[in-house]
Design a protein around this ligand. Structure first.
Ligand SMILES: *[C@@H]1O[C@H](CO)[C@@H](O)[C@H](O)[C@H]1NC(C)=O
Ligand SMILES: *[C@@H]1O[C@H](CO)[C@@H](O)[C@H](O)[C@H]1NC(C)=O
Ligand SMILES: *[C@@H]1O[C@H](CO)[C@@H](O)[C@H](O)[C@H]1NC(C)=O
Ligand SMILES: *[C@@H]1O[C@H](CO)[C@@H](O)[C@H](O)[C@H]1NC(C)=O
Ligand SMILES: *[C@@H]1O[C@H](CO)[C@@H](O)[C@H](O)[C@H]1NC(C)=O
Ligand SMILES: *[C@@H]1O[C@H](CO)[C@@H](O)[C@H](O)[C@H]1NC(C)=O
Ligand SMILES: *[C@@H]1O[C@H](CO)[C@@H](O)[C@H](O)[C@H]1NC(C)=O
Ligand SMILES: *[C@@H]1O[C@H](CO)[C@@H](O)[C@H](O)[C@H]1NC(C)=O
Ligand SMILES: *[C@@H]1O[C@H](CO)[C@@H](O)[C@H](O)[C@H]1NC(C)=O
Length: 712
C-alpha cells in the first residue's frame, strides 16, 4: 500500500513536471521591406542617406508562447528589423490582429520590439522629430511593416504546437564596446566594481530561450550601426545578418531544403536587442578621419568625441575596418560573433523552463509623472526635451553641426540658437529646471506644431514565461541603466514570491514606443549623446524602475485586479505630413524597352570571388515592393531549366537603382553577384524583376535577363 502510494506520488510529480514544461509554441517570419529608393533611412538622421537599392531585405520574426491549458494566457514577441518600435505601428498591428483573432492577441500580450538597425527604410514613426529627414510620414514604409508583422504573427499562429523551452546564457567576446565610457565612469565606483568580471562598462552576456529544433530567441546588447551612414543600400545590420546566417546555415530546413531562399525557412533565429543605449559594434574604437590634419587617424578626444574641436570627423571603426568602405565586412563579423554564441548555446542542454505565462501592459504618461524614489524623496519626470549633445550625434554617426558631446554650454551654434526657437517653443524656467543639468536644444514636449515631435505617453510592458521575465522597454537603456532595472524587477519578483530565486530577467527594446534614451542619473549629469537624448529628464530611469517594479504582482499566477493605466496616446497618423512625392512615371530610353540589357555581364567565364554585374533599363522599385519576393535572381541551369539559387536577400547580391533623368522618367538597375566560394560549377544568368508606371494607366511587370556565363 505504502509502495503503491509513493509510486502514485512519484508518478504525479513526474506528470506535473512534464505538464508544467509544455507550452504551445509558434514561430513565424515575414518580409517588411519598404520602398528601397528615394526614402531616407531611419536611425542616423542623415539627410544624404537616402535609399538607392537593396543589400538585404528587412524581416519581422514572431514567437508565440502559450500555456497549453488556458488558451488566453499567451504572449507574442515580435523582433523586427526596424530602428525602433512605434506607437502608430503597434496600434495598426493590434487593430489587424483584433479583426482576425478577436481578443486573443491584444495590447497586453503583443510586444513589437526592434533590432535597432540603422540601414532600413524610414518615415514610419508617428512623431515628427524622427520623421524630419524622411520628409515626413511615408505610408508605403508604414504599410510594409504593419502587413509584414501581422503576416509573421499569422504564420506563428498557424504553426502553434506543443513543445518545451529551455534557457541559458553565454559570454560573448568582441561583440560590443561602450561608446560613452566617460559617462559610464560617472556611476558610483562601488556599483561599477560589481561588474568588473561581467564586462565592466558593457554587458557581455547573451541570454537565449531555445525552442528546440524550431528556433530560438536571444538577447545581446549591441547597436545596429555596423553599416556606416554613407551606405544607401537597404539592409538589416548585424542582428538581421546574424538571423540570416543562422537560419541559412544551422536552421532545421537548411538541411531539409538547402536551396530555401532567405526568409522562407521554418527555423526562426531571434537576435533581439537588450540594453543597447551606450553600446557600439565599432569595437576598434573611434578615430579621426581628417585628411591633412595632424590628428588624422588618431583616436578622437575621449570626453567629447571630437577631432580638432568638432564631432564630424570622429568615426567608430568596426572589426573589419581595413576591408570596408561601408561597414559590410564589420557587419558580418559582429553578426558571426552573435551566431557563434547562439550556436554554442543551442548545442548545449540548457535549463528547462516551467511555469505560467503572464503579461502586463499599461500606458504611462512620462511628462510630469510623479513618484517616490527608493529613499522616499518625491521625484518627477519632465515633458520631453532634447539636449545639445543630441545634435552632436555619436561616434557611430556623428552629428551634422558643430555640437559636441559632454558639453553643458548653451551657445555652441548661433544658427541653431535662432532656428530652435522657431521650431520648438522656448523652454519655461520650470522646464529648464526640470531637465537640469541638460541644456535644452529642442523643447519637443511643447512642440505640437504641426503635431507632437516626441511621445509623452509610452508603453510599459512585461512578459513572464516560467522563470523568465522580459522587461519590454520603450527606449534605449544604457548598460548600467539596464542592470539597475533588471536587478530591481528581479528583487521584486522574488520578494513578491511571483518567482523563486531562479528568476531570470532580460531587458529588451527599443520596443512599442520610441521614448529615446534612458541613462542613469549619474550618466545624465555627464550629458553625452545618451544623456542629452534622455528626454524625460534626470529621473527617467528611476520612474521606469518604480513603475515596472510596481507591476510585478500582476505577473503572479493569480493576480488580483488590474493595473492603473493612463489614456492611450492620441493617433497622429491622420494629421501626418508627407512631403515625399509618389512615382510620376517610368520610361525606357527611345528605342529601348524595360528590362533590356544595357551593359551585359563582362565575360562568359567567372570564378569564385569575382563579381558579375549586368545593367538593365530600369523602373522605380517603389511601384512594387516585391514583398515576400525579390527584385533579382541568380539562376542556375540544371538540365534544360533554370532554378533561382540567389535572391535579393543574399548579401552576395546587390540591387542598385539609379535615376538617369527625372524629366524623362528613365532609370537604370544594376544587378550584381559576388560569387561565393563553394558555388557549384555550371551555367548561370542574372535576372531583374521590375515594374513600370506609365503617366496614365496601370503599373506593369517586366523581367530582364542577362547573358549566360559559367562559374568554374
Ligand atoms: C548565466 O547562467 C548561469 C548558469 O545557468 C547562471 O549561474 C548565471 O547566473 C547566468 N548569468 C546571468 C547574468 O544571469
Ligand atoms: C564611409 O564611412 C566610413 C566611416 O566614416 C569611412 O571609413 C569610409 O571611407 C566611407 N566610405 C566611402 C566610400 O566614402
Ligand atoms: C506638464 O506640466 C506642465 C506644467 O505644469 C504643463 O504645461 C504641461 O501641459 C503638462 N504636460 C502634460 C503632457 O501633462
Ligand atoms: C534621494 O535620492 C536622490 C537621487 O539619488 C537624491 O537626489 C536625494 O538627495 C536623496 N534624498 C535623500 C533624502 O537622501
Ligand atoms: C555639467 O553640469 C553638471 C551639473 O552642473 C556638472 O556636474 C558637470 O561637471 C558639467 N559637465 C561639464 C562637462 O561641464
Ligand atoms: C576634455 O578633456 C580635455 C583634456 O582632459 C580638456 O582639455 C577638455 O576641456 C575636456 N572637454 C570637455 C568638454 O570637458
Ligand atoms: C546615375 O546616372 C547619372 C546620369 O546618367 C550618372 O551621372 C551617375 O554617375 C549615375 N550614378 C551612379 C551611382 O552610377
Ligand atoms: C552599374 O553597372 C555598370 C556596368 O557594369 C557600371 O559601369 C556602373 O558603374 C555600375 N553602377 C553602379 C552604381 O554600381
Ligand atoms: C543561355 O542558355 C540557355 C539554356 O542553354 C539557352 O536556351 C539560351 O539560348 C542561352 N542564351 C544565350 C544568350 O546564349
Amino acid at each position: 500500500m505504502a509502495r503503491l502510494f509513493s509510486f502514485l506520488a512519484l508518478a504525479s510529480v513526474a506528470l506535473q513536471a512534464v505538464a508544467q514544461s509544455q507550452y504551445l509554441l509558434g514561430l513565424g517570419i515575414a518580409d517588411i521591406t519598404g520602398p528601397v529608393v528615394e526614402v531616407n533611412f531611419m536611425g542616423y538622421a542623415n539627410l544624404p542617406q537616402t535609399g538607392s537599392g537593396l543589400h538585404q531585405r528587412q524581416r519581422a520574426r514572431a514567437w508565440i508562447i502559450g500555456e497549453t491549458g488556458a488558451t488566453a494566457n499567451r504572449v507574442v514577441f515580435v523582433n523586427a528589423d526596424i530602428a525602433m518600435g512605434d506607437t502608430g505601428i503597434r496600434r495598426a498591428i493590434l487593430a489587424a490582429l483584433s479583426a482576425k483573432y478577436g481578443n486573443l492577441y491584444n495590447a497586453q500580450n503583443v510586444a513589437i520590439s526592434s533590432t535597432h538597425q540603422h540601414s532600413g527604410v524610414g518615415g514610419y514613426l508617428e512623431n515628427l522629430l524622427p520623421q524630419l529627414t524622411a520628409l515626413g510620414f511615408v505610408k508605403q514604409t508604414y504599410d510594409a511593416i504593419v502587413t509584414g508583422v501581422v503576416l509573421a504573427i499569422d504564420r506563428a499562429h498557424a504553426s502553434l504546437q506543443p513543445g518545451t523551452l529551455t534557457l541559458g546564457n553565454a559570454t560573448v567576446t568582441g561583440g560590443n564596446i561602450n561608446r560613452s565610457p566617460t559617462a559610464y565612469l560617472a556611476n558610483p565606483a562601488e556599483e561599477r566594481a560589481l561588474y568588473v568580471n561581467e564586462g565592466g562598462d558593457q554587458d557581455k552576456i547573451m541570454s537565449l530561450l531555445s525552442f528546440g529544433s524550431r528556433g530560438f530567441l536571444s538577447w545581446f546588447p549591441v547597436h545596429g550601426t555596423s553599416i556606416y551612414e554613407n551606405n544607401t543600400l537597404v539592409s538589416t545590420d548585424n542582428k538581421g545578418m546574424a538571423a540570416y546566417l543562422y537560419e541559412g546555415k544551422f536552421g532545421l530546413s537548411s538541411s531539409v531544403e538547402p536551396n530555401a531562399m532567405p526568409g522562407s525557412q521554418t527555423f526562426v533565429a531571434g537576435f533581439a536587442q537588450a540594453n543597447v543605449g551606450d553600446t557600439s559594434p565599432n569595437t576598434l574604437g573611434a578615430f579621426c578621419e581628417s585628411p591633412g590634419q595632424p590628428y588624422d587617424g588618431q583616436p578622437c578626444q575621449a570626453n567629447s568625441s571630437t577631432c580638432g574641436g568638432t564631432v564630424t570627423d570622429c568615426h567608430g571603426r568596426g572589426p573589419g575596418f581595413t576591408l570596408d568602405s561601408f561597414g559590410f565586412h564589420s557587419n558580418e563579423m559582429i553578426a558571426q560573433i552573435q551566431v557563434d554564441a547562439a550556436k554554442s548555446l543551442m548545442s548545449k542542454s540548457l535549463a528547462p523552463v516551467s511555469g505560467s505565462v503572464r503579461s502586463v501592459h499599461i500606458n504611462l504618461n512620462m511628462a510630469n509623472h510623479t513618484f517616490n524614489l527608493p529613499n522616499g524623496t518625491a521625484a518627477k519626470t519632465c515633458p520631453p526635451a532634447m539636449g545639445f549633445s543630441f545634435a552632436g550625434g555619436t561616434t557611430d554617426g556623428p552629428g551634422a553641426f558643430d555640437f559636441v558631446q559632454g558639453d553643458n554650454s548653451t551657445s555652441q551654434n548661433p544658427l541653431w540658437e535662432i532656428v530652435k526657437s522657431f521650431i520648438t517653443p522656448i523652454p519655461s524656467s520650470e522646464q529648464k529646471a526640470c531637465h537640469a543639468p541638460k541644456p535644452i536644444l529642442l523643447n519637443t514636449g511643447y512642440a505640437t506644431f504641426p503635431y507632437s515631435w516626441s511621445p509623452s505617453t509610452v508603453d510599459i510592458q512585461m512578459f513572464k514565461v516560467g522563470n523568465l521575465v522580459m522587461i519590454i522597454v520603450p527606449g534605449e537603456l544604457t548598460t548600467m541603466a539596464g542592470r539597475r532595472l533588471r536587478n530591481a524587477v528581479r528583487a521584486r519578483l522574488i520578494s513578491e514570491k511571483v518567482i523563486d530565486d531562479s528568476a531570470y530577467v532580460v531587458v529588451t527594446g527599443p520596443a512599442n514606443t520610441y521614448g529615446h534614451y534612458i541613462t542613469t542619473r549619474e550618466e545624465y549629469s555627464h550629458q553625452r549623446y545618451e544623456g542629452a537624448s534622455t528626454i524625460f529628464g534626470p529621473s527617467t530611469l528611476d520612474a521606469y524602475i518604480e513603475k515596472y517594479s510596481s507591476l510585478v504582482p500582476f505577473l503572479a499566477d493569480s493576480p488580483s485586479g488590474s493595473p492603473q493605466t493612463d489614456p492611450a496616446p492620441p493617433q497622429l497618423q491622420s494629421s501626418a505630413i508627407s512631403l515625399l512625392t509618389g512615382v510620376v512615371l517610368d520610361a525606357a530610353p527611345i528605342g529601348k524597352s524595360f528590362g533590356q540589357v544595357l551593359v551585359d555581364v563582362a565575360k562568359t567565364a567567372y570564378k569564385a570571388g569575382d563579381t558579375v554585374v549586368a545593367q538593365f533599363v530600369g523602373a522605380n522599385p517603389r511601384n512594387n515592393l516585391h514583398l515576400e519576393g525579390t527584385f533579382l535572381s541568380v539562376d542556375h541551369l540544371s538540365g534544360s531549366s533554370w532554378t533561382a539559387v540567389r535572391s535579393d536577400s543574399h548579401p552576395s547580391t546587390l540591387y542598385k537603382w539609379n535615376r538617369t533623368s527625372t524629366i524623362l522618367g528613365t532609370s537604370t538597375v544594376n544587378v550584381s553577384w559576388t560569387i561565393e566560394s563553394g558555388t557549384p560549377a555550371g551555367t548561370y544568368r542574372l535576372r531583374y524583376f521590375g515594374d513600370s508606371k506609365p503617366l496614365i494607366g496601370s503599373i506593369s511587370a517586366f523581367t530582364g535577363t542577362s547573358g549566360n556565363f559559367t562559374v568554374a
